[in-house]
Write a protein that binds this ligand. Structure first.
Ligand code: PEP
Ligand code: MG
Length: 563
């Protein structure tokens, strides 16, 4: 049989090769006839208690990164809306199993039809909870069990399938459906296990036990690989392992240039679950914790306690490193249906981030109190996004003071975070010296700074070639911000994508940035770049780049230095 190359979407980088385990994971539908509604309600209550116990066990055995996911499942299990849907069907004469199947499908289809990719992918989580309930009702076993090293191929994989597995036996994951922000992929990335999702035709072509080669970056799954492909993947996989060993041994070397300029390296986190791997790869802290994660996967806004625990988790797992918690940045391309944000013609220029928080004081106060309370643990910093002028900064700080006074009045302990802003709107960069006088630090958001400076929607695929973070106009804005911050003895970081790119990190080093925060897998390469580049050379390149007229010229100048 010749090799079959299938193309999907890369979801967790890395190369792997091994035997397939084709996992079906479906639970047989209900076959029994319904008893009385009272009997069915009681069976449902027993099944819910069984699943809740299963989740408790998973929480205990899971690492920190998986715990959050199971806890979200547990919340879903006790969702009153879901329960009342099931009860309605039972009262109409259905068996508990049939009622669960129907209610779950109704709930999941509603999520799957939403515009927001993240929420769409939560449909798989709802189905996972339903599958567990059905298994408990019918006494069937559920969950992935591995007894040998293998690459798991499945239609889709629920996170609770993966959480319980012996990690050393899981070589890779490929699924026919699913997306890169599914919880299974978030886990795969945090475990360093290569994964490919959205691979059409995978299950029809897969053979249980047959050999599979997988490239989680390119999004390629090769079934029945030829001897040449096997040799090539084995070599790449070994190189990958060797590189990871080197990365881990180098992880705690300081990011210091040969001539003694020290830069702080930090990681961007989409949730507290990202913190442990970041610390393992040598992040000195979390340079950007996007608090949207708490709001986007939910049916309603998280309350103060839920937020407090999430922020506290992140702070405790950072081992004393600074964790910069960014207040809510919803709006723009991130919509949260339950907040009822009106549709706007230009959402990136609309009611986004702070602008939204000022209109919803209770939402803002709840978050600020949760951050202040969590700030008793570890080394907290708080950052306001999308500040455009001095007035907004002052209003945000006044809101923080109000939250502090509320806690004080309640006698609740609170911490004293450093307070900074993201500089991601050109107007803020241009008046940075005034803003610097009133903050502890800046963190430059080059993703938005680029979009707003160049008038290019960062998410529009038609405009990719015009989205140019190396445009000298963007570099000049960054230069102004660094000078303004240093003029006031304040430190300045960069948490946009530029910080993790080789040319970007070189230029930012040369511009005098003090902290670079990036996606965790990029940390080792940036650390190596800094350790081999003399500061004076980076400064000279940055100075020259500022004087150039186009991004192409900047790249032509700097690229040869990072090869
Ligand atoms: C940025 O704008 O550079 C940034 C880091 O924030 P976000 O990507 O979350 O908008
Ligand atoms: Mg931004």
């Amino acid at each position: 049989m010749s090799e079959a190359i299938l193309r999907g979407m890369g979801a967790a980088a890395g190369v792997t090769i091994g035997p397939a385990l084709v996992y079906h994971g479906e639970v047989e539908g209900p076959v029994r006839l319904a008893g009385t509604p009272e009997e069915e309600r009681s069976r449902l209550a027993d099944a819910m208690a069984t699943v809740a116990r299963d989740f408790d066990r998973l929480v205990e055995s899971a690492g920190h990164e998986a715990r959050e996911i199971v806890e979200a499942h547990r919340l879903m299990l006790s969702d009153p809306e879901l329960e009342s849907l099931v009860h309605m069907s039972i009262d109409a004469g259905k068996s508990a199993g049939a009622a669960v199947s129907e209610a779950i499908e109704q709930f999941a289809s509603m999520l799957a039809a939403l515009d927001d990719a993240y929420l769409r992918e939560r449909a798989a989580d709802v189905r996972d909870v339903g599958r567990r309930l059905l298994a408990a009702l019918s006494g069937a076993a559920v969950g992935l069990k591995l007894d040998r090293p293998c690459i798991v191929l499945a239609r889709d994989l629920a996170p609770t399938d993966t959480i319980g597995v012996e990690r050393s036996l899981l070589l890779g994951i490929a699924t026919e459906q699913g997306g890169p922000t599914s919880h299974t992929c978030i886990l795969a990335r945090s475990w360093g296990i290569p994964a490919v999702v959205a691979t059409p035709g995978l299950l029809a072509a897969a053979k249980d036990g047959g050999p599979v080669a997988l490239d989680g970056k390119a999004g390629v799954v090769i079934l029945n690989p030829s001897p040449e492909t096997v040799a090539q993947f084995e070599e790449r996989s070994q190189q990958g392992h060797a590189q990871r060993e080197v990365d881990l041994t180098e992880a705690h070397l300081p990011a210091e240039t040969p001539d003694g300029r020290r830069v702080e390296l930090a990681a961007n986190g989409g949730s507290p679950a990202d913190v442990p791997l970041a610390v393992e790869l040598g992040a000195e802290g979390i340079g950007l914790l996007r608090s949207e994660f708490l709001f986007m996967g939910h049916q309603s806004a998280p309350d103060e306690d839920e937020q407090y625990w999430a922020y506290r988790h992140a702070l405790e797992h950072a081992h004393g490193g600074r964790v910069i918690i960014r207040t809510l940045d919803i709006g723009g391309d991130k919509n949260v249906p339950y907040l009822g944000i009106p549709k706007e013609e230009n959402p990136f220029l609309g009611v986004r981030a702070l602008r939204l928080c000022f209109r919803r004081p209770e939402l803002f106060q709840t978050q600020l109190r949760a951050i202040l309370r969590a700030g008793v643990h570890g080394r907290p910093a708080l950052m306001f996004p999308m500040v455009a002028n001095l007035d907004e900064l002052r209003r945000a700080k006044a809101a923080l003071e109000e939250a502090r006074l509320t806690l004080e009045a309640r006698g609740v302990p609170y911490g004293n975070p450093e307070v900074g802003i993201m500089v991601e709107i050109p107007s803020a960069a241009l008046i940075a010296e005034h803003l610097a006088a009133e903050v502890d630090f800046f963190s430059i958001g080059t993703n938005d700074l680029t979009q707003y400076a160049l008038a290019v929607d960062r998410g529009n695929p038609e405009l990719t070639s015009l989205y140019q973070p190396y445009h000298p106009a963007v570099l000049r804005l960054i230069d102004m911000v660094v000078r303004a911050a240093h003029g006031r003895n304040k430190w300045v970081g960069v948490c946009g994508e530029l910080a993790g790119q080789q040319v970007g990190a070189l230029l930012l080093l040369g511009l005098g940035v003090d902290e670079l925060s990036m996606s965790t897998p990029l940390l080792p390469a940036v650390r190596r770049l800094i350790r081999r580049t003399p500061y004076h050379r980076a400064q000279a390149v940055a100075r020259e780049a500022l004087a150039l007229g186009s991004p192409d010229d900047v790249l032509a100048l700097a690229e040869p230095l990072v090869k």
